[in-house]
Design a protein around this ligand. Structure first.
Ligand SMILES: Nc1ncnc2c1ncn2[C@@H]1O[C@H](COP(=O)(O)OP(=O)(O)OP(=O)(O)O)[C@@H](O)[C@H]1O
Ligand SMILES: [Mg+2]
Length: 261
């Protein structure tokens, strides 16, 4: 029976390549499937749009701020909830030719990120049925995982670079998920920026210890460095580049082995 991973999260330590991987995975998914895909940048820093080459007009956080200001000025006139809901779908959802995109961003001033988290859960609940696949590029913190009490993910890509900190973060995420009775669905490990055999051996040992399957190993790729330097979207990375090839091959294997997608 095919597995239908409708909601896929990409997570891991800060700077391990979550956003870059999200872009490469999206490119490979678009090449191999005809699924309706929504990509959500759940990182308050909101830089996935640049990496995908999407002109970002506004984020969910900015829409919350704007709506709050207006409702505070004329509380009797506006229904804050209804106005927010309308603007979320009207302004935050960007319709590209082959996928849709939402950036969560952050609200202004001090305060917690919980409103964004709650809104993300609410939005996912409402839109999950409109898409075949939702890709979530998560922020580096573990807060989103401990807050993830309502939302169920079907598949989580755990990224690590060749560092003990990266490995430890993977371990911690798995422990947290177990505490939450695994609301993060199936796990797949991804090694990013692994270039030497010795590093790859360490990664394989980690998969044995944690008993999670390895999705793939992505090498450090000069194309990514160069495209990043010149601000070119990673969606334009050459098909023959080593990082894209690694993601593409791993996705094809996954589709075959698991009857995925
Ligand atoms: N395979 C790779 N080869 C070369 N450079 C890479 C590779 N993957 C990522 N990078 C670079 O590493 C840096 C961090 O990548 P990225 O922003 O994707 O990480 P992140 O996990 O999303 O970070 P954050 O936690 O800040 O959101 C970027 O400069 C990116 O261009
Ligand atoms: Mg990122």
């Amino acid at each position: 029976m095919p597995i239908e991973p409708s909601t896929i999260a990409i997570t891991g330590k800060g700077g391990v390549g979550k956003t870059s991987f999200t872009a490469l995975l999206l490119k490979a998914l678009l090449a191999h499937t005809h699924k309706k895909i929504l990509v959500i940048d759940a990182d308050p820093a909101a830089n996935l749009a640049d990496v995908l080459g999407i002109p970002l007009q506004t984020t969910v956080g900015q829409i919350i701020d704007k709506t709050k200001r207006e409702v505070e000025k004329k509380p009797d006139f506006y229904d804050g909830g209804a106005l927010l809901e309308f603007r979320l779908w009207e302004d935050a959802l960007l319709e590209g030719p082959r996928f849709h995109f939402i950036a969560m961003g952050h609200t202004s001033g001090r305060g917690c990120y919980c409103m964004i988290h709650d809104l993300l859960s609410y939005m996912l609940g409402n839109i999950q049925s409109f898409y075949d696949l939702i890709l979530l590029d998560m922020d580096a913190g573990l807060e989103h995982i401990s807050r993830n009490t309502k939302r169920e993910l079907n598949l989580t890509f755990l990224l690590t670079d060749p560092s003990q900190m990266g490995f430890n973060t993977v371990r911690r995420i798995i422990e947290l998920a177990q505490e939450l009775h695994n609301l993060m669905g199936k796990f797949l490990l991804v090694g990013n920026m692994f270039s030497t055999d010795k590093d790859q051996e360490k990664l394989r040992r980690l998969t044995d210890v944690l008993q999670i399957p390895l999705f793939g190993v992505i090498p450090r790729d000069e194309n990514i460095t160069r495209m990043n330097l010149y601000g070119n979207p990673l969606m334009d990375i050459p098909l023959q580049s080593s990082a894209y090839q690694a993601v593409d091959c791993a996705l094809i294997t996954l589709i075959k082995e698991m009857q995925l997608l």
